[in-house]
Design a protein around this ligand. Structure first.
Ligand code: NAP
Length: 309
């Protein structure tokens, strides 16, 4: 695990351009200029920040101008906080078109780690869909292309291997969520050469700790964790409950940070991709990639406390 920091001046310019001022700017600057936590992609050694940005449902906003304005700010503040990995899929309605539209409006040309998915049957349909996604995002190539929910993986795996060898994508991955297809996924990770796996994992849904995370660690596969808040349901479980006194020892000041730090402190996890439509939630989420992370003992304490509520 390493830490990086960011230029204060670059950030100040971007925040002023967003119309953010006063005490908000001081808070944002403080959070964003701290060192950030990054982890290595095992297959290459490249480092990425531990908090990325999901876009399922939240970015499906074509035609809703007010929401699009909020999402532009969400994306700008994400990049201002040194976020890089944005995850999407052709399955998410207009999300990829929205990403493409907003990327054109982002200031300072920040580094982007683009991750999307192929979600269809058949080789030709897969190639066509990936090309359509690339055009929607308006980028030269994707950093990461993932087979969404293992759909037609035998076919797409061959295509992705070829695309990677030709330099059309940099990494290949496979995704699941909600605990589906875990047995099949274990076999895929054991036998094929995926750079990334994406799966659901959080403090209330720890099934992948048993096997999948161990296999990923052992085989050197980077792990992206989706649904870190169980689509927001985790917050209802802790509504009105206080954080433990010792939360300050791991620099946690909100339940969001508590949940995210639990996830990214697992040795096999590379990053997680919470989704949001709100700048204040985005800032909260990005705070989880600063400060101290829990060690194994503290992680057990986090589970014990969460279960006691
Ligand atoms: N099979 C797959 O490949 C697969 C499946 C599922 C998800 N994914 C990926 O994983 C991403 C994340 O999963 P998800 O979108 O299902 O759910 P999630 O990130 O667990 O939860 C999103 C919800 O949490 C709320 N939220 C976010 N930050 C918050 C904060 N700090 N405080 C309070 N509420 C907060 C958001 O509401 P507000 O808008 O009000 O902030 C939103 O309703 C997806 O967007 C997608 O990119 C992939």
């Amino acid at each position: 695990m390493n830490e990086h920091n960011i230029s204060r001046r670059t950030l100040l310019k971007a925040l002023l351009a967003l119309g953010i001022s006063g005490s908000s700017i001081t808070k944002l600057l403080h959070a964003a200029t701290q060192n950030i936590l990054v982890k290595k992609i095992p297959s290459s050694g490249e480092e990425i920040p531990v908090i990325g940005l999901g876009t399922s449902r939240t970015f499906d906003a074509l035609g809703d101008e007010e929401l699009l304005m909020h999402l532009k700010n969400v994306m700008q503040v994400f990049f201002d906080h040194k976020g890089t990995l944005v995850d999407s899929s052709p399955m998410y309605g207009g999300a990829e078109a929205v990403i493409g539209k907003l990327l054109k409006q982002i200031s300072n040309n920040p580094p982007l780690f683009s991750a999307t998915k192929v979600w269809t049957y058949g080789e030709q349909a897969g190639v066509k869909q990936m090309e359509e996604s690339r055009k929607l995002w308006g980028i030269k190539r994707f950093d990461l292309m993932q087979i969404h929910n293992l759909r037609d993986w035998e076919v797409h795996y061959k295509t992705l291997k070829k695309m990677k060898a030709e330099g059309q994508i940099r990494y290949i991955g496979v995704t699941t969520s909600h605990g589906r297809f875990h047995n099949e996924l274990e076999v895929l990770l054991e036998t094929l050469a995926f750079d990334f796996v994406q799966l659901s994992y959080n403090i209330d849904n720890r099934e992948v700790e048993e096997k999948l995370l161990k296999i990923a660690l052992d085989k050197g596969v980077a792990v992206i964790v989706n649904r870190p808040y169980q689509r927001g349901d985790l917050f209802s479980l802790v509504r009105g409950k206080a954080l433990p006194d010792w939360a300050s020892e791991i620099d946690v000041t909100s339940w969001g940070q508590y949940f995210l730090k639990y996830i990214v402190s697992h040795p096999a996890v590379t990053c997680t991709i919470p989704a949001t439509t709100k700048v204040k939630h985005l800032v909260d989420n990005m705070a989880a990639q600063t400060g101290r992370l829990p060690d194994a003992k503290m992680r057990n304490e986090m589970i014990r406390y969460f279960k006691s509520l």
